[in-house]
Design a protein around this ligand. Structure first.
Ligand code: WQD
Length: 338
């Protein structure tokens, strides 16, 4: 069974391609390599022994999207990762985000409209909740006004899919709302490859530890949390990848039309920035050079998932601990730099 993974050379996409191949699916990747490299194909092959079909083009080219689906009429499912995802950049370049994250979604859904039956998994984010009123966060928590164009594209994307599923009997879809994906495949053949200065905490930690960055800045320790630093739900990227396969299988196996569903994909446990640093120092057996600086604009205080729905309805649960995830991130960083 052939599954399209858009953005499949990216961090989460590549790990999902591996898990799909492990489950016996034939994987087709479309990626424009704007934020990834074809070296990732070698990494995927090194892990599974199978090289995905790969086509490099920009999904903003509607004619190329149409041509692709005409040539690959046997696509049974789509996992759509391809999107721009830097919160800060989205504030600077909103139209880039609305074109890349919304127009592309519409082009793909328009192609799926023509097919007999397709299963569609959308890469969404806990960012749709903003600062939730209650923790842990359930899928019924209200979607708050987006704090960035990036977050808005995830909210709008979910609404576009919801509206389309209502009138398209041949389309079953699920949105997975990721919390904070971290780590790398245990083989260290694939991992996170941030371009330029990492915006996210864990790649900045590993790059500091390996000597690529001078010092980690901790953005504020005056938040109303136990140790004053922000709390997030850090989930191992392999656990996250497996959630995509399980969600896809639920749709492919559905005998009848399913309602559009959203699922929180996290560990259910919150960890503060200082807890992440302490965990890293333990697994890497070295001290990390960091300093406390002022808060970063736009950061929410705390977010961690109530994972009951994914556990009970998908039969999926994150297995890796924070230590495991950080150890895999550190192993990957050492591999990439040496
Ligand atoms: C985590 C914590 C920072 C860097 C973002 C996006 C979200 C999703 C995941 C795409 C925060 C602190 C960070 C640093 C720090 N991306 N931090 N020093 O902001 O929770 O989520 O990435 O889907 O949409 O918003 O992740 O890793 O940037 O920050 O102190 O150098 O680490 O303040 O408290 P975030 P993050």
């Amino acid at each position: 069974m052939k599954i399209l993974v858009t953005g499949g050379l990216g961090f989460i996409g590549s790990h999902t391609a591996v898990e799909l191949q492990n489950e016996g699916y034939e994987v087709v990747i479309i990626d424009n390599c704007s934020n990834s490299s074809t070296d990732v194909l070698k990494g995927i092959t090194a892990i599974t022994g199978k090289t995905p079909i790969f086509e490099q083009f920009d999904l903003r080219d509607k004619l190329k999207v149409q041509d692709f689906f005409e040539r690959h009429s046997d696509i049974a499912g789509v996992i759509h990762f391809a999107a721009s995802k830097a919160v800060g950049e989205s504030v600077e370049k909103p139209l880039l985000y609305y074109e890349n994250n919304i127009s592309v979604l519409v082009y793909i859904l328009q192609e799926l409209q023509k097919k007999e039956k397709t299963s569609f998994i959308f890469s969404s984010s806990c960012t749709v909740y903003g600062q939730a009123d209650e923790l842990p966060i359930t899928e019924n928590a209200p979607v708050k006004p987006a704090e960035s164009p990036y977050g808005n594209t995830k909210q709008i994307g979910e609404e576009i899919i919801r509206d389309t599923c209502k009138v398209q009997p041949n389309l079953n879809a699920i949105a997975l709302r990721y919390f904070n994906p971290i780590g790398a495949h245990p083989s260290a053949a694939i991992g996170e490859l941030p371009i330029g200065v990492p915006q996210n905490l864990v790649p900045f930690i590993t790059q500091t530890a390996i000597g690529l960055r001078e010092q980690l800045s901790v953005f504020g320790d005056d938040y109303p949390t136990d140790d004053g630093t922000c709390i997030r739900d850090y989930i191992h990227v392999v656990d996250l990848a497996k959630a995509h396969v399980v969600a896809l299988q639920r749709l492919i196996g559905a005998k009848n039309k399913t309602n559009f569903e959203t699922f929180n994909v996290g560990t259910g446990t919150g960890s503060s920035v200082l807890e992440v640093i302490n965990s890293f120092e333990k697994v890497a057996e070295q001290k990390l050079n960091y300093k406390i600086v002022s808060r970063r604009a736009g950061d929410i205080i705390a977010a961690y998932a109530n994972t009951d729905k994914a556990n009970n309805e998908l039969g999926w649960k994150a297995k890796s601990s924070l230590d495991d995830a950080l150890a895999s991130a550190w192993k990957w960083e050492q591999k990439v730099r040496n």
